[in-house]
Design a protein around this ligand. Structure first.
Ligand SMILES: *Cc1c(COP(=O)(O)O)cnc(C)c1O
Length: 417
């Protein structure tokens, strides 16, 4: 029995139930993944005990010799992984990284351009209920109604007109490659800073299967726990020119002491992503998304933009005559975990939605390939076509559970006993 089971059986039992859920269900939430045992070990280390306000070599507290070693190592690995001039690994979440970015490079009230939220942008890209929309004047850009891809010509026209301080590129529910080079050209043309929020695709960038934003952007923010497969947390990369402003905006601008245990996990994850196997993993994520998309299309399901270039798929649930909410709930009943999402020009509310977002990073981490994706697609089509079917969800759930148990979960069932 481990320390948690001895010390707090009640919490341990909840953790055990969650562990079982993660083993028995199929995780298709595009922003989720399984951190390795090494990442979990680093994150659960004694670095949780230490305060280290400041940066390596410039701390406000004593006792930071090993904190400095750790953070310096994480910074060097992040720079190497992404070819960046500067890295800040203290950001505790994607939202806080974005807050620091705006604090560093805009004044309250300034104009910032971001992707329209109902079309794939993030809450921190100008939602009226979020600090971003309350403190800054956000001007959205959209996708083209026909192609459902970002309309770069329309974006250029909006940028010329709005003259933003910052243009934010990056999304949470956009299934296509983003043209960072053209984003960079437009930003330069209108005198704006290009900030790329690559939270979703950082692992694809690290693995070389999506264009890197680093050569085109003055600032790049990212989470570390999505396709990058690290601990829950974030980071920011910048040019040397922007380094000081970024660092001051993270600490003391928006955060207190860094989460060193999480920085330990990030350092491990960066090293894992530097290995050749990670390139294979990233390629497999994309190949799996393509196979899943093909299976859904063959089942008569329409996908936003007609398919995918990356790790995610946005299903138009109208093609199965149900809402996103109903689809999400029916699939959950079948052991398939997804999230509902608005689709471009959605006619349903943001709570009900007409879309379903699916991603392959987690299933790919379990070693699944295109053949397994075809099987998963057929279960999804069956449930979407008959969401109230008598006993259908229960039958699929049993099939899913016995199927899922055949694939080891990193950090859980691949551990040495
Ligand atoms: C996930 C995500 C975030 C927020 O990350 P948190 O760690 O949940 O705060 C920000 N931007 C984008 C594009 C994201 O996908």
């Amino acid at each position: 029995m481990d320390a948690l089971h001895r010390g707090d059986p009640e919490v341990a039992a909840i953790v055990d139930r969650e562990t079982q859920r993660q083993i028995e269900t199929l995780e298709l939430i595009a922003s989720e993944n399984y951190a390795s045992s090494a990442v979990l070990g680093a994150t659960g280390s004694v670095f949780t005990n230490k305060y280290a306000e400041g940066y390596p070599g410039k701390r406000y507290y004593a006792g930071n010799v090993h904190s400095d070693e750790l953070e310096t190592l994480a910074i060097e690995r992040a720079k190497q992984l992404f070819g960046a001039e500067h890295a800040n690994v203290q950001c505790t979440s994607g939202a806080e990284a974005n807050m620091a970015a705006y604090l560093a490079f805009a004044e309250p009230g300034d104009t910032i351009m971001g992707m329209e939220l109902t079309q794939g942008g993030h809450l921190t890209h100008g939602s009226p209920v979020n600090f971003s929309g309350k403190l800054y004047h956000f001007v959205p850009y959209t996708v083209d109604r026909e192609s459902e891809t970002i309309d770069m010509d329309a974006l250029r026209a909006i940028a010329r007109d709005a003259k933003p301080r910052i243009i934010v590129a990056g999304a949470t529910a956009y299934p296509r490659a983003i043209d960072f080079k053209t984003f960079g050209e437009i930003a330069r043309e209108v005198g704006a800073l290009l900030m790329v929020d690559m939270a979703h695709i950082a692992g694809l960038v690290a693995g070389g299967v999506h264009e890197s934003p680093v050569p085109h952007a003055g600032l790049v923010t990212s989470t570390t726990h999505k396709t990058l497969r690290g601990p829950r947390g974030a980071m920011a990369l910048s040019t040397l020119e922007n380094a000081d402003a970024l660092d001051r905006a993270v600490f003391p601008g928006t955060q207190g002491g860094p989460h060193l245990h999480s920085i330990a996990g990030k350092a491990v994850a960066f090293a894992e992503a530097l290995k050749p196997e990670f390139k294979t993993y990233a390629r497999q994520i994309v190949a799996n998304a393509a196979a899943l998309a093909e299976g859904l299309i063959a089942g008569g399901i329409r996908l936003v933009s007609g398919g995918t270039d990356n790790h995610l798929i946005l299903v138009d649930c109208n093609s199965a005559n149900i809402s996103g909410l109903k689809a999400q709930n029916a699939l959950q009943g079948a052991g398939i975990i997804t999230n509902r999402n608005t689709i471009p020009y959605d006619e349903r509310s943001a709570y009900v939605t007409s879309g379903l977002r699916l991603g392959t990073p987690a299933l790919t981490s379990r070693g699944m390939g295109p053949a397994e994706m075809k099987q998963v697609a057929s279960w999804i089509v069956r449930v979407l076509r008959d969401p109230d079917g008598d006993g259908l969800r229960e039958a699929v759930r049993d099939e899913v559970a016995s199927f899922a148990k055949g694939y080891p979960v990193p950090g859980i069932t691949d551990r040495e006993a």
